[in-house]
Design a binder for this molecule. Sequence first.
Ligand code: NAD
Length: 274
Amino acid sequence: TTVPLLRQNDGREIPQIGLGIYGPDDSGTADAVAAAIEIGYRSIDTAALYQNEVGVGDGIRRSQIDRAELYVTTKLADDSHGYDSALRAFDTSLDKLGLDYVDLYLIHWPLPGVDKYVDTWRAFEKLQRDGRAKSIGVSNFQPAHLQRLFDETDIRPVLNQIELHPGLPNVAVREFNTANGILTEAWSPLGRGRVFGNAALEGVAQKHGKSVAQVVIRWQVEQGNVVIPKSITPERLAENIDVYDFSLDDEDRAAIATLENGQRTGDDPDTYNG
Ligand code: NAD
């Protein structure tokens, strides 16, 4: 499967589906990253917080793929907000990855109570100007947090990585992103596994001869989202990018909508402060 590219507001492109690799240690991460690249993945999403950046770098080197063909994302940890701290944290991440640039650097959480995301963003702008983060973006930003960046800084984030799955479609944030030229990237796109075992989704999957994971990832892709499902199993990794040979109809979307319950699987960005 070849995963299509989506155009960012800085002119660069991101593969629509990537491997999100939160959980495994360095060794398990290296195995999963190498397997994913072998299967056709070209985008990997990690974070300083995941403590597996070394494993991501090892998996990339093991695959012997040309660096230019890969899109590597990492994120600034919550304890590193602030201009100087962010620059230092970026150096540490790059060191651990063993790379000389990342494709995308994200502020992991806005931490509104800490109130340093604007200064942090100015450090991100410098990293991009220096060419060490080719693109810069944010994660878990609500519209009010984005609006402050628009008002007080120079560069717009290329994307906003937010919790988004059938249980929490996060429509208002997605629409705000879109209206402002920012791609929406869905984290926990399978609701951390909560989408499985649902009769309505199993019905849609059966109708299309696809799996429940494929139906949900297709639902993401049809919204124009970037998607980073997590798996370390080669069969599932292959399954999760094989979503470009069918489409959902109104009846399917209505079945998926029955899963909406507004429940987050993670923290609330408006109140989480690290
Ligand atoms: P997910 O929604 O991707 O679900 C993962 C679960 O689904 C795992 O249990 C996995 O075994 C299972 N699964 C995956 N593919 C399957 C398949 N084809 N068939 C059956 N089961 C399958 O959950 P996640 O790991 O929480 O989210 C994905 C990624 O999002 C993370 O790895 C991380 O990179 C990112 N993330 C970011 C944030 C953030 O704050 N920015 C927060 C959480 C996660």
